[in-house]
Design a protein around this ligand. Structure first.
Ligand code: FMN
Length: 295
């Protein structure tokens, strides 16, 4: 495929709590470099806010949190330099557990507005679906299908971008309202972090402090101490090597068996799948069903 000259240098900036969005970003990076593009990949985390806008295409990917982008993504966009010269084309890809259904449909609106303030022209939006890491577990058979289909979904996205396709969604009023209500979650995230409990299994290894994308955990006397900047990504709770961290509030959002993408992959490797229509019934799984069945 011939590469349009406008997209030669691409930045993939992504925020991922538990690895799903990182997986999408890595797959996309592989796809684009395989087509001869130069890709700079930036993980959005505190202390890593130095990206410039000097690329031909900016691709922003984030895990959907409460029908929006996580707050740290907005902070990252705010930190981008004003790009007063020529507008930078941008694509925004959200990675959810529920797919493109109400209440998720307006999840890219706020980040797009912020990008536009930085003189980015958002030409493309898309929802990618991965197994859910909060409230309701995606059953293993569906998780298998989502992981299996990811490379072809990403290939499709790369085809669209390189063909210069414009793809924008128009959320309904109700979706915009729900998304605004969801923004209130950002106030709760601060308390969530401060209320995380540490049990006696903690070995003081500092894994959580090293990995926290919000730089919200400090080690004191070999125990993690949580500040007020939690972005509720759940990386520390699910990833703790000793399983020593527990939610003190909003306990219902934590999956009973935790979330570990590699373990999901291992578990689902030999699954023989039934038809998607049988696996994903009802409104809750509508977005996922449509995602798996669309061309
Ligand atoms: C705090 C929180 C809020 C979430 N909110 C939503 C949501 O509103 N809609 C949805 O479909 N999935 C939601 N999810 C699920 C994640 O978007 C989904 O599992 C995503 O793939 C996780 O990506 P990551 O592993 O890169 O963090 C939420 C997850 C968390 C931790």
């Amino acid at each position: 495929m011939e590469i349009p000259k406008i997209f030669y240098k691409v930045r993939i900036a992504y925020f991922s709590g538990t690895g799903n969005t990182a997986r999408v970003a890595n797959t996309l990076e592989k796809e684009l470099t395989g087509r001869g593009l130069s890709v700079i990949k930036t993980e959005i985390r505190k202390g890593n806010f130095s990206s410039d806008n000097k690329v031909d295409l900016l691709i922003l990917l984030f895990a959907v949190h409460a029908f929006n982008a996580p707050g740290i993504v907005y902070e990252w966009i705010d930190s981008l330099p004003e790009n007063k010269n020529s507008p930078v084309p941008a694509a925004v890809i959200s990675v959810s557990g529920g797919g493109e259904i109400t209440p998720n449909i307006a999840c890219r609106v706020s980040s797009i507005r912020k990008l536009e303030k930085k003189n980015c022209t958002v030409v493309y939006e898309k929802m990618v679906v991965m197994p859910s890491n909060w409230v309701i577990k995606t059953n293993d058979e569906l998780a298998f299908r989502l992981l299996e289909i990811l490379p072809s979904k990403v290939e499709h996205i790369a085809d669209d971008l390189l063909a210069g396709m414009v793809r924008r969604t128009r959320p309904k009023f109700i979706d915009l309202i729900i998304s605004r209500v969801g923004e209130m979650e950002k106030k709760g995230t601060k308390f969530f972090g401060q209320k995380i409990k540490v049990n006696e299994n903690c070995s003081g290894c500092g894994w959580c402090a090293q990995k926290c994308p919000a730089d919200n955990i400090n080690m004191s006397n070999n125990k993690p101490v949580f500040g007020r900047d939690c972005c509720l990504c759940l990386k520390c709770i699910y990833g703790c090597p000793n399983k020593s961290l527990m939610a003190g509030i909003f306990k219902f959002i934590i999956l009973k068996d935790g979330y570990d993408l590699k373990a999901v992959e291992k578990r689902t490797k030999y699954i023989k799948s039934a038809p998607v229509e049988d696996l994903a019934k009802g409104y809750l799984w509508k977005g996922l069903r449509e995602y798996l069945l669309e061309d």
